[in-house]
Design a protein around this ligand. Structure first.
Ligand code: ATP
Length: 499
């Protein structure tokens, strides 16, 4: 299976090359593999290797601590399969669709809105002019509005006119698309042995609904008072029409979501609070500030349930892309579940004696997408001196230590004179506290490079001086500075640095 990392199948530019390097490093060093690779892979599905799963777990742990180690947020872990009525109540059965078209020539399948979105601005203008210049002339200035245009015009009559002007990005043929169809992104399966319509269930397309249906359970068992939140990390599944850009758009992925229940009227203030919290979290975990931006959803583009919505976007090599959404979902979800289940979802405020349906501020981040953003953000190539006095390119993953899959690498300079034994003792001492890696093969310079490439913050080398004064060399990844540290104080030294 080909890894599609280019937006439009055209020859790879510098940005695509960067993505290629990261995808290849991810595979070579055991961060991410194609799912079922020996059978040619399965589109939109990826496996995390030894270093990848460690880093992903670190990321999720950081999020979990950030969100639930507070006095007003509880955690849950709801099941992936839920009662089918959940998805009727949530609006997913009706609304969770993308406009899909097929190319009659090459049988390629595309999302109509992305097909249009990926055209150059000049081409977009041409296409729209051929369609209805008068109506859309005012919008031609703004690319964002243009991109939304087709989405909004789900009217088949409009779509057909536009389709006639579009060129297939795969085979290059013009006017060859089928009519746009609404394609529901939820994966369907059956519970029990009989595969009939009464047994249909869906793989959850978001984790949020597992929180809403448990609102009363969590509130009464934890005795939380409004305002309070419920957080969850878990897999979600979307049968995306086109998967692309590595982990960015996949069919199986993980989300880290929190729903914060508030009194109506205080929602705007909590919305701003959580926006600030969530942006700060990405920055504190090392993401470059200048590669992050807010994108506010325009009122006409808001989801059916939302009063206000902002995306946190990261500047990927292929452009800005959402990594987290912060939404004011109003009382939509709880009201709908009350309506569909006939179970009360309102909250009784003991102090004011009021009964109301809480509003919800949602923070919805992709664990897999954020993982990829962190990999990209950390990837650096720099000039570094070689032992022979030359210069070479050093690839270094400048991951925040909390995210780094391995915290410390331990090297005996040579495999004799008691150095391996001393190194093993250090390994035994550190291993219960940190994920450490023992490496005794090749020149030390090469061993450093191997660790730089996977973001290990510290390398500890046992050398001949260790035998005399019981000190080791600790080399820091980003600065490449080396320090001599006493073996007895090493654990403390590392824990202070990592803190
Ligand atoms: P997009 O517009 O990119 O499809 P979305 O607006 O549908 O995303 P949400 O429903 O708000 O996304 O989901 C919250 C988060 O889940 C996103 O910010 C993203 O990080 C992640 N996410 C959504 N869809 C996918 C996917 N197909 N693959 C990987 N991560 C995803």
């Amino acid at each position: 299976m080909e890894v599609v990392i280019s937006k439009n199948g055209k020859s790879a530019g510098a940005h695509d090359k960067l993505m290629e390097k990261i995808v290849s490093l991810a595979k070579r060093r055991g961060f991410v593999f194609q799912s079922s690779e020996i059978y040619g892979g399965l589109n939109g599905c990826w496996d995390y290797g030894p270093l990848g799963v460690e880093m992903l777990n670190n990321l999720k742990l950081q999020w979990w601590k950030e969100m639930t180690y507070r006095n007003n947020v509880e955690g849950v872990d709801a099941s992936i399969l839920m009662h089918p009525k959940v998805w009727e109540a949530s609006g997913h059965v009706e609304n969770f669709t993308d406009p899909m078209v097929d190319c009659r020539q090459c049988k390629g399948r595309f999302r109509l809105d992305t097909l249009f979105d990926e055209l150059s601005i000049k081409r977009k203008k041409e296409v729209l002019r051929s369609f209805d210049e008068a109506k859309y002339a005012g919008q031609l200035k703004d690319e964002v509005v243009l991109a939304d245009f087709i989405h909004v015009s789900s009217d088949p009559a409009n779509a057909t006119s536009i389709l006639n002007a579009l060129t297939c990005p795969t085979c290059g043929n013009r006017s060859t698309f089928t009519e746009a169809r609404r394609f529901n992104l939820m994966f369907k399966t059956f519970v029990g042995p009989v595969e009939d319509s009464s047994a249909v269930v869906f793989l959850r397309p978001e984790t949020a609904q597992g929180i809403f249906v448990n609102f009363q359970n969590v509130q009464s068992s934890s005795r939380q008072k409004i305002p309070f939140g419920v957080a969850q990390i878990g897999k979600a599944f979307r049968n995306e029409i086109n998967t692309k850009n590595f982990l960015f758009r996949t069919r199986e992925f993980e989300q880290m979501e929190m729903q914060f229940f508030v009194k109506p009227g205080s929602d705007d203030q909590w919305f701003e609070y959580w926006r600030a919290e969530r942006m700060n979290w990405f920055v504190r975990l090392g993401m470059k500030k200048e590669k992050l931006q807010w994108h506010r959803h325009e009122p006409e583009k808001l989801a059916h349930y939302a009063k206000d919505a902002y995306d946190i976007e990261y500047l990927f090599p292929f452009g800005w892309g959402e990594i987290e959404g912060i939404h004011n979902r109003t009382d939509y979800d709880l009201s709908r579940h009350e309506e569909f289940s006939s179970k009360g979802m309102r909250y009784f405020d003991e102090e004011t004696k009021e009964k109301y349906t809480p509003y919800v501020i949602e923070t919805s981040a992709g664990a897999s997408r954020s993982f990829m953003a962190y990999l990209i953000d950390a990837y650096h190539e720099e000039e570094a001196p070689t032992a022979e006095g030359g210069v070479e390119t050093r690839v270094v993953m400048k991951l925040h230590p909390a995210l780094a899959p391995t915290k410390v690498a331990i090297f005996p300079l040579v495999n004799r004179d008691g150095m391996p034994e001393l190194s093993k003792n250090i390994e035994t001492d550190l291993r219960p506290s940190y994920r450490v890696f023992y490496d005794d093969s090749g020149a030390v310079g090469r061993r450093y490079r191997r660790q730089d490439e996977v973001g290990t913050p510290f390398c500890v080398t046992v050398d001949s001086q260790t035998l005399q004064d019981d000190t080791v060399t600790v080399r820091e990844r980003d600065s490449m500075q080396q320090e001599r540290v006493g073996v007895g104080g090493l654990k403390r030294y590392i824990s202070d640095k990592l803190a």
